[in-house]
Design a binder for this molecule. Sequence first.
Ligand code: KQY
Length: 377
Amino acid sequence: MSRILSTTPRADGFRMPAEWEPHIGCWMLWPERSDNWRNGAKPAQHAFAAVAAAIAQGEPVTVCASPGEYAVAREMLDPAIRVVEMTNNDSWMRDCGPTFLVNDTGDVRGVDWKFNAWGGLVGGLYFPWDQDDLVGEKVLEFERDDRYAPDFVLEGGSIDVDGQGTVLTTEECLLNPNRNPDMDRQTIETWLRDYLGVQSVLWLGKGVYLDETDGHVDNLCRFVAPGEVVLTWTDDPADPQYEISHDALRRLEGYRDARGRALKVHKLLQPARPVVITAEEAGGVDKVHGTLPREAGDRMAASYVNFYIANEVIVAPRFDDPNDEPAQALLATLFPGRRIVTVPGREILLGGGGIHCITQQEPRGRRLATAVSGSAA
Ligand code: KQY
């Protein structure tokens, strides 16, 4: 069983580790809804299977599939990948899954945030989201990890930590009244400090242009090492992303992290050609009231920043674009101890996100700590 703790991670000495710290594995969900994924989600399922296989080169992967899709997922996924049945509303494990925490003696716990499908009834992306809201709890129960369950709406893609006391986030998302409407900036910072075990909250402004999550930071800017970040970038002043990235750079240059370091910012050029939905692609998505529609000509929020850091590999998107190779080369210099594995990013992007958005890392460590000692709060 997974106990619900009434204290806070900060009070108990727990913190969210950086993604490059050792993992026991990675969690994903299996896509199936035809009002978000074109052609009955079949192209997306192949794309997710490729991501899972790439990550499995570096760590164990678990994919959660609905009862109706279990057999399909089992058949399509590499036999090395564990498949478990889990009801869900869609397939964004980064956002509806738990945030795992560690302490200095190697114990693991989790945070089971509230999830409202990126805005609930005020701009949320689908209805209902009740099953997704249970995913964090279910994963933690499955792993027998004790959990904190704050009354706070947060998606994992809206935060990025260095594991040394600093979190990056965006105003566009966390200050959006469709998440925690009764909380101001200071109150939100307090929740982040308490539940991520950080000391410093670094605010960026907007996320990537037209990112339907209300600007998740994991598509814009990520830590790649203590004191170092990558930032999605364009040198084209006519591109709407230009001002967003330049504003982020100005802010990053003015910040110090929790340990007093200035940040080294690596610019990661966005795809040279905007990724735009074709008429054929849009035509393959079922139109359902309450789900964000897809229209031909819509620009998607393509970014190379949305990669996943596995134990031995970096899994990064490619878009059949001239900037694919430079992105891969930069990531190789930033992660010298890991192999860069690229997978096609377009199908996942057509659903509204990227590789990082569909994954959730689970750190190595000891489980059942409080259950064994019997001292759960
Ligand atoms: O983290 C993400 N990028 C999730 C986006 C959800 C899109 C649903 N259509």
